[in-house]
Design a protein around this ligand. Sequence first.
Ligand SMILES: CO[C@H](O)c1c[n+]2c([nH]1)[C@H](O)[C@@H](O)[C@H](O)[C@H]2CO
Length: 465
Amino acid sequence: MTLSMGVSGGISEETAGTGEVIFPEGFVWGTATASYQIEGAANEDGRGPSIWDTFSRTPGKVFAGHTGDVACDHYHRYRDDVAMMADLGVQAYRFSMAWPRIQPDGSGPVNPRGLDFYDRLVDELHGHGITPLVTLYHWDLPQALEDRGGWTSRETAERFAEYAAVAYGRLGDRIATWTTLNEPWCSSFLGYGAGVHAPGRTDPGAAFAAVHHLLLGHGLAVAELRAAGAAQVGITLNLAPISGDDPEAVAHIDGLQNRIFLDPVLRGEYPADVVERARRFTDWSFVRDGDLDIIGAPIDVLGVNYYSPTAVRLRAGQPANPVHPGSEGIAFVQGDEEKTAMGWSVKPSGLTELLTRVSRDYPGTPLIITENGAAFDDVLADGRVADERRIAFLDGHFRAAHAAIAAGADLRGYFVWSLMDNFEWAEGYAKRFGLVHVDYASQRRTPKDSALWYREVIRRNGLQA
Ligand SMILES: CO[C@H](O)c1c[n+]2c([nH]1)[C@H](O)[C@@H](O)[C@H](O)[C@H]2CO
């Protein structure tokens, strides 16, 4: 498989930025959140501690020592939040379940009050005609499992499958689409390799073991969900188009960012070049016979999270990026595109390139954009947030998604990240991704101009000229 080097022509910002576009009938428009980022109620109704409760309490790890203890207080305010989504015309809602709410120690006894919350939430969504799409794991691993090795341990993969079965047992009758993991790349390389996410370990060998056990957990959970009768199963991967002049550098980073997950899940094999490059850090002995068959079991939908492209170039003496093991001599370069408050390049054409690449190289699996959005320095003034930059960001990316559909991508839906401002991991509450502004002192929600604009996009199923 050869990697396309940068935008494959034809889709330029200008092309993606003009004219009316209407999406296919039945295209699903949604919003997305995650449990630790919005729920709060961290010590309520039997919830156990997660690695993010531990990590956010570790001095220096999270901006200003922010934690998810209260967050958006969604655990108590979910009815109003669902009503707000309904008012915005949101058709589907992607949320994650907190494993520590359902199994406080990550195994064994189930906490019925934890399941009760998701019961109430899902019934509220259905009551408003909003389709739930659940993520079983969005990074809040029960601390008790991390104490026994976390994702570096095969046991965690096995416990994850049991947890999936418990969750499905209570909610399978009302949730049609189950995605196992959100972004195993972040959980493994940020959490165990670079240490900038929970659990904060800095061991590349551990990161590769985590990659495998996260994927094994996915595969084992898919088997449990299939056996229980799940209608749709999938996984969400954060992917990016990788561009650069040096094919080896591009292949290295594409391998660690994209193919180390796409190939096992959609082809049932690890990419040989990645396996070889990683031998500096691991002997891959954690891979057992049959694992790849489990991991590569067919799925019904691939969730794609896209925010920004990656560009690399060779640079003599460049130290390795700790997030990408073995990347010595490879510099990550920023283009001159507009940047978001996260410092990420705004490049809608990267979404078109990504979706067409995945469709070409991994055909046959329907795609959903499970996350796309941006943080900007929003200002609430006189009860309004005039977030024109977010509107422009979303307009451009919606058009880019439409261009991918026109190029043949089987894209079924789009979930804007995020429904509301929330706990942005190591950035705490300093970065605002929401369509809805949250005043954390009062917990007042204020739909931003982008939310009102999105309501019209959903109503039209597309964009005006
Ligand atoms: C490089 O962006 C990643 O794909 C990514 C970005 N994001 C994510 N993954 C996570 O899935 C969300 O929990 C974050 O809140 C969100 C915004 O940072």
